[in-house]
Design a binder for this molecule. Structure first.
Ligand SMILES: Cc1ncc(COP(=O)(O)O)c(C=O)c1O
Length: 404
């Protein structure tokens, strides 16, 4: 039977939803009026479409604190996974070593594992501390003469902790190692300045706090960084060249761009300018604090790495003692119309370190710009009821409630 309750969406770390109204409106207007292929043809409409694409390159370069005189080094792709693949494969070759962390998403872990298995690359995965942070001192110690890359998840998509990237960047600069960050969870809620943070290259996705659609993301490459080409295909220009163009942005772009996504990101930037990234962060953290305080009072709720919300996103993960994470998520969904994300969150090393793999990971709440206090109250109420149901089951001796 279909639920009649209005959905309470606490899965913003998966994708932000809804989007600001102006994003929907602008996408529709732009695509109706200018939905042609940019950079391929010389008629006015194609030039207009290309102009939005190039203006967005500059706008996002500024947003990320990249090199404004080389906006062509802001390249678009499908998403963060795509960008991270290009970064990792464009920098590492046989004999190289990479330093990374247990906080990474599979979009970093897997390309590195492929290179370890098939490409003669070595890697060091560093653990996080009890509060969910990687120690920059550990990074410094892990760097070897053949270390080519340090790559770190700026904001954990499981724990919500924001890593000390400025400090890590300083170490990488001193040691002459390229520093890359994955801003998937931070872009749009945490100010990012690549120059100030000594970040050489970053990956972003469009569909989270940048308020764009799925299917667009990219990378911002500082001008001193050399990325090898690992893919090739159509670029729309210089067709007689038998090889893929070496110049940016084509160097890292392949085929027709996602113009609907470009329009969404443009309007998303308008919205972020209007609201202010800091104000959005403050709103989300106010709600996250209220939610965590409420959850902390519930017997049996185990919260991971949110004793303090300093350097934290409005994302956090928990379990209820004796209950399987998947079952808690299902009860939240079916009985209370509350959307969360359960499981391993594509970050298996986080759960391996937390020791939560055997209970199917955890239940992740991620608050977004459009959540409100009533929804937080509803979540606390739902979690109270689920935890007391679990405790009752335990008292009755039925053991682990739910499926295995
Ligand atoms: C930290 C992190 N990195 C990378 C990704 C991959 O992002 P996308 O699915 O947009 O490629 C995610 C997705 O949730 C993420 O949370």
């Amino acid at each position: 039977m279909e639920s009649t309750k209005e959905l309470i969406y606490f899965d913003n770390a998966a994708t932000s939803w809804p989007k600001p109204e102006r994003v929907y409106t602008f996408m529709m207007e732009f695509y109706r009026a200018t939905g042609v292929n940019p950079g391929r043809s010389g008629f006015d409409l194609a030039i207009e479409a290309g102009s939005l694409l190039d203006r967005l390159r500059l706008r996002l370069t500024r947003f990320f604190g990249g090199d404004e005189d080389t906006p062509e080094r802001l390249c678009f792709g499908y998403n963060a996974t795509d960008a991270l693949h290009l970064i990792i494969n464009g920098l590492l070759t046989q004999g190289d070593h990479v330093v990374t962390t247990n906080l990474e998403h599979n979009s970093v872990i897997r390309p590195i594992n492929h290179l370890i298995r098939d490409g003669g690359v070595e890697a060091t995965f560093l653990p996080f501390d009890g509060a969910g942070f990687v120690d920059p001192g550990d990074i410094a110690k892990a760097i070897r003469p053949n270390t080519k890359l340090v790559i770190v998840n700026h904001g954990s998509n499981v724990l919500g902790t924001i890593q000390p990237v400025k400090e890590i960047g300083r170490i990488c600069r001193e040691r002459g190692v390229t520093f890359a960050i994955d801003t998937t969870q931070t872009a749009g809620v945490v100010p990012i300045d690549m120059k100030e943070m000594n970040v050489d290259v970053l990956a972003f996705t469009g569909h989270k706090a940048l308020m764009g659609t799925t299917g667009i993301g990219g990378l911002c490459v500082r001008k001193h960084v050399h990325l090898r080409q690992t893919r090739s295909g159509g670029t729309g220009v210089n067709s007689m060249n038998p090889y893929h163009l070496e110049e940016y942005p084509w160097r890292m772009e392949f085929g027709t761009p996602n113009m609907l996504g470009v329009a969404s990101l443009w309007a998303g930037q308008d919205w972020l300018d209007e609201q202010g990234v800091q104000n959005i962060y403050a709103h989300e953290m106010k709600l996250a604090t209220k939610l965590v305080e409420g959850l902390r009072r519930i017997e049996g709720v185990r919260l991971y790495c949110c004793d303090s919300f300093k350097n934290h996103l409005s994302t956090f993960t928990l379990n209820i003692d004796g209950l399987d994470a998947g079952d808690v998520g299902m009860m939240l969904d079916v009985d209370y119309s509350i959307a969360t994300r359960t499981g391993l969150h594509c970050a298996p090393l986080v759960h391996a370190q937390l020791g939560t793999v055997d209970i199917h990971g955890g239940v992740r709440f991620s608050i977004g710009a459009f959540n409100n206090e009533e929804q937080v109250d509803a979540a606390i109420g739902a979690m109270t009821a689920i935890a007391s149901w679990g405790a009752e089951r335990k008292r009755q001796g039925t053991g682990q409630a739910g499926r295995k």
